[in-house]
Design a protein around this ligand. Sequence first.
Ligand SMILES: Cc1cc2nc3c(=O)[nH]c(=O)nc-3n(C[C@H](O)[C@H](O)[C@H](O)COP(=O)(O)O)c2cc1C
Length: 186
Amino acid sequence: MEIEEALKNRRSVRRYRQKAVSMETLKEIGEICRYAPTGGNRQDWELVLVNDQDIVGDVFSTLAWLPTVGAPPEGKRPTAYLVVISDDKSNGVADCAAITTYALLAAYARGLGSCWFGSIRRTELSKLLEVPETYSIEFVISLGYPDEEFRVENGDGKVRVEDGVTNVPKRRVSDIIHVNSFGNRG
Ligand SMILES: Cc1cc2nc3c(=O)[nH]c(=O)nc-3n(C[C@H](O)[C@H](O)[C@H](O)COP(=O)(O)O)c2cc1C
């Protein structure tokens, strides 16, 4: 798969078909994450792979879903999760962001939809997954086979659902790029 195709077309999927994601697939994604950059190559991150359906149901209730799209109803919920944890107190968030990006792309390459979660009831989730206190839960990634259509448009507005299609505005390149100095928009 062309990497640029994945970079452009991966979207945050919040509606899923109810098809199981195998532990083998979750492990493959974890294996790809090994190659992500980390500060000083410290690699102080780990993953909790979740596809046990009882636990999957419990993880769901610890997450906050983007209000303009909303939480998926029963029958459209994620069928697996990756929970990105770290015991590095300085670089943890940045490292785990890199890991999460790798995981989203590795999932996309396998036909899976994913969504990155930063809004998490962390204490509850730590207890549920028995994560030791020395680790922080940085991010959760929901996973499943996608059941959502997307349209990308130019702009900086909110993500919104129209006629069953999730519209995702992205800022124009001319609004984000400075050429050699901040004052030169190119
Ligand atoms: C750091 C970070 C935290 C996020 N947290 C949440 C979240 O808690 N809930 C959610 O529904 N989406 C979350 N998202 C997904 C964003 O809403 C999504 O990336 C954004 O709307 C752009 O859509 P796209 O990923 O399809 O390009 C998060 C994304 C990032 C990078």
